[in-house]
Structures are given as C-alpha cells and as structure tokens.
Design a protein around this ligand. Structure first.
Ligand code: SAM
Length: 274
C-alpha cells in the first residue's frame, strides 16, 4: 500500500467528492429517522495543509485554495463546514461526515493502511457515534451491511493503485445493492482516459442495478492517460433532488477550476433509470 492521501488532500478531486458527499449526507438528514454512513476507504480524517506531504505536492492550492474567496452560491454549505475546522486544516470524508451527524446517527470507518488506521482511531477515540475498523473495504461491506438503521450511505473512495480497481468496485456495488437495496451508494473514480470509465459504467448497467447517475468534472479532455484529467462520482439511489444539486455544485466548481480553453467541463448523466 503506497498511496497516502495526505499528499493529495483538498485537491480538486477531493473538493468535488466532498461537496457531493456533503449534499448526500445533508439529504439523509432531512428525515428524522437515524441514518448510518459507511466510509469504506477513510484515510486519516483531518488533514494539515502545512504538513510535509501537503507542501511537497501543493495540490490543495489548485483545489480548496481556489475556493477561498467564495461567499455565496451552491458550494457555501459545504465550504462553511470546511471553514469551521481549524485554519490550515481540511476535513476529509470522516471529519466532514462526523460533523454532520445528529445524536442518533452513526459513522463506520474502514482504513487498511496500518499507520493511517491508527491515526484515524486516535482521532475518533471515545466517540460513541463513530466506529473505526482496520479492515479491507470490500470485505467490510459484507460484514457491516445492511445497517441496523435500515437507511444510509456507503461511500467508496479507493486509491486506484491496483489495475482491477474499477472491476472490484463495480462488483462490490452490485453485491451491496443485492444485500441492502435501499442503501444510497456513492463511489469516486478517476478520469484519466474515457475507456476504463465506460467499461465501469457498462458493468454497473449490466449488473441489474436501478437508479444510478454519474457526476463528472474534468479539467481538460481526458486524452493523456498518465494524468488525472478529471474525476467522477457514481451514485446509486440518489436522494430526491440530488441530481439537480449536483449540477449546480459541479457548475460552480468548474467555474473556479476552469483553466480557460483547456477543454474542461462537467456532466450529470443517467447511467441506469429508476
Ligand atoms: N475518503 C478519504 C477522504 O475523502 O478523506 C480519502 C481516502 S483515500 C483516496 C483512499 C484510502 O483507502 C487510503 O487511505 C488507503 O490507505 C485506503 N485503502 C486502500 N485500500 C484499501 C482497502 N482495500 N480497504 C480499506 N482501505 C483501503
């Protein structure tokens, strides 16, 4: 396991993922009954943007760094939460989602890297609403679902270090839909080139799932497969109104991240109808 999220925290891909995940969790919170979130690839929770790792890549400057001046618009609810954390830090998915739980809600976190799992465990030590598991994400979805609350979100955010990650991800999403049909599922994926993305969405469509959308943001036409040209966020069972919210969030992000004339864009598309 070579991937360490501390090098990439708060980059454009994190901003896209977290703005959309924020909207999903906010939608779950609109009903009074408790919900649970399973964050299968959790990382360490909160990131220090002055750390050696963050300084080495400087990726956050082209991510959250470009959103600092925003004071209104669709990104503001997520940004307001981000700004409630200590200056110079950035909440990854565990810290962000934890801040959105109501007293009866729960967050389950899985992280396989030994050091990152230890950091995560220390961050949530003694928190009765958060459980931390050092276990494999794909094994955990069988062990930890369906949720006792019967509703909630499973968020997949693998590092795409292994060749077959797209195939493992589509198989896991299909398996989970069979075990726990009402779950909202969300999965982040890289757009380096369109071909593997098409194979992924084709596999999802062929697996018999219903009600799936894809949200995508790209900085430039994905023709050079060595670069992270964009990213996607696939959602199964999107809450009512989520596709519209996603459109406004992606448009606002693209307006800030646009490199003028580089061929960037965004899209929210139906992968499988309801
Ligand atoms: N979701 C985090 C966030 O938004 O703040 C970032 C997660 S990062 C992209 C992916 C994480 O998955 C890494 O910390 C990595 O150590 C962990 N990981 C890799 N393979 C895993 C597996 N099979 N099961 C659980 N965690 C894994």
């Amino acid at each position: 396991m070579n991937y360490r999220h501390a090098f990439h925290a708060a980059n454009f891909a994190d901003c896209m993922k977290h703005a959309l995940a924020h909207a999903l969790v906010a939608a779950l919170g609109r009903k009074a009954t408790p919900f649970r979130v399973l964050d299968t690839h959790a990382g360490i929770g909160l990131y220090d943007l002055q750390s050696e790792e963050a300084r080495r890549t400087g990726e956050w400057r082209d991510g959250i760094g470009l959103l600092e001046a925003i004071q209104d618009g669709p990104l503001l609810p997520w940004l307001t939460l981000v700004r409630s954390f200590p200056p110079g830090t950035y909440p990854g998915s565990p810290a962000l989602i934890r801040a959105m739980l109501r007293p009866g809600d729960h967050l389950s976190l899985c992280e396989l890297h030994p050091e990152d799992a230890a950091t995560l465990r220390a961050a949530f030590k003694g928190d009765p609403q958060v459980s931390v598991h050092r276990r494999d994400a794909y094994e955990a979805i069988t062990a930890l679902t369906p949720f006792p609350e019967r509703r909630g979100l499973v968020l997949f955010d693998p590092p795409f270090e292994v060749e077959d990650e797209f195939a493992r991800l589509s198989a896991a999403i299909a398996r989970l839909a069979q075990r726990f049909r009402p779950a909202v599922q969300a999965a982040w994926y890289p757009i380096k080139h369109r071909t593997p993305v098409r194979a992924f969405t084709d596999a999802i469509a062929a697996a018999g799932l219903r009600d799936v959308i894809g949200c995508e943001l790209w900085l430039r036409e994905p023709t050079d497969p060595r670069r992270l040209n964009g990213c996607g966020f696939l959602v199964v069972n999107p809450p009512y109104g989520f596709a519209e919210t996603a459109r406004s969030l992606l448009a606002a992000l693209q307006a800030r991240f646009d490199d003028h004339g580089s061929g960037g864009g965004w899209a929210v598309t139906e992968i499988v109808p309801e």
